[in-house]
Design a protein around this ligand. Structure first.
Ligand code: UDP
Length: 254
């Protein structure tokens, strides 16, 4: 067991102190939760797949100039990241109606939205991450008007890039959730993409069959979660070595 200091443990990831000041190690667990933690299970290999998929996306976003907290992947389950001050918002970008927007506004799942829509949810488990407006965000000081402008501009660039990335491998990017942080460098502060991007935080549908290749398989008890995440990795051309390593895990028999 490692003696590193744990800085934070969330539902699907753990943050440890990094090797240098201003860095952290982000560890991807196999735990899956839904309904604000009420539903919980372990999906063998999920952390490994999310670590790889997240790395792949973060590296490509950095290459088109999107500032991110990602430094490099360290091993199967960990990546080195820059410590940032997390802005307490879940930023959701939607291209197609699904999940909460479909329910809230009575739009049939799968309906293309008239344009990409950005939503903000206040990160607060006790309140169930309520939907908030830009007015709430700035009035309560969760982010400044300038920061919100940056966040929206970066979120739309990420959406454009990822929509193309996934379309290229026959996957429709329905929606996704991202988080941002403040990074301080000398006297400068900038907004950077933080947390993760993976099938846990995106809705990904096969373009021809509309088969779900994301966490909705767990939320909706559809089964085949690990297989779906593996399919996403396979199509993105990542981790051909992973399949055997994930399936070989022995089952504990009581
Ligand atoms: N999402 C997430 N974490 C959350 C809530 C949502 O990553 O705590 C992602 C979810 O996977 C989907 C998008 O954000 O890609 C929009 O989710 P929605 O608001 O429809 O919520 P849900 O129906 O999942 O409760």
């Amino acid at each position: 067991m490692s003696r590193r200091r744990k800085v934070y443990e969330g539902k699907a990831k753990i943050l440890y102190e990094g090797p240098e000041p201003g860095t952290l190690i982000q560890y991807f667990k196999d735990d899956a939760t839904a309904n604000n933690g009420k539903k919980h299970t372990t999906i063998v290999g999920k952390g490994i797949l999310n670590n790889r998929i997240c790395e792949h996306i973060m590296v490509q976003l950095a290459s088109i100039g999107v500032p991110t907290h990602f430094i490099r992947r360290l091993n199967m389950r960990e990546q080195l990241i820059r410590a940032v001050e997390i802005i307490p918002l879940e930023v959701v970008v939607r291209n197609v109606a699904a999940g909460s927007i479909a329910t809230r506004l009575g739009i049939e799942e799968g309906t293309s939205l008239p344009r990409s829509i950005i939503e903000f949810y206040y990160k607060n488990d006790a309140l169930n991450d309520p939907l908030v407006t830009e007015e709430h965000v700035t009035a309560f000081g969760w982010a400044s008007p300038h920061e919100i402008d940056d966040i929206m501009a970066i979120a739309l660039r990420i959406n454009d890039f990822m929509s193309g990335l996934f379309a290229g491998v026959g996957i429709k990017l329905v929606d996704f959730k991202i988080e941002f942080g403040r990074m301080y460098e000398n006297d400068m502060m900038r907004i950077v993409l933080a947390d993760e991007i993976s099938p846990d935080s995106c809705r990904l549908w096969d373009m021809t069959t509309s088969e779900k290749l994301d966490k909705d398989r767990f939320r909706r008890d559809m089964g085949g979660v690990s297989e779906a995440y593996q399919e996403v990795a396979r199509r993105l051309g990542i981790a051909p070595d992973l399949e055997s390593r994930i399936h070989v895990v022995p089952k504990v028999v009581n």
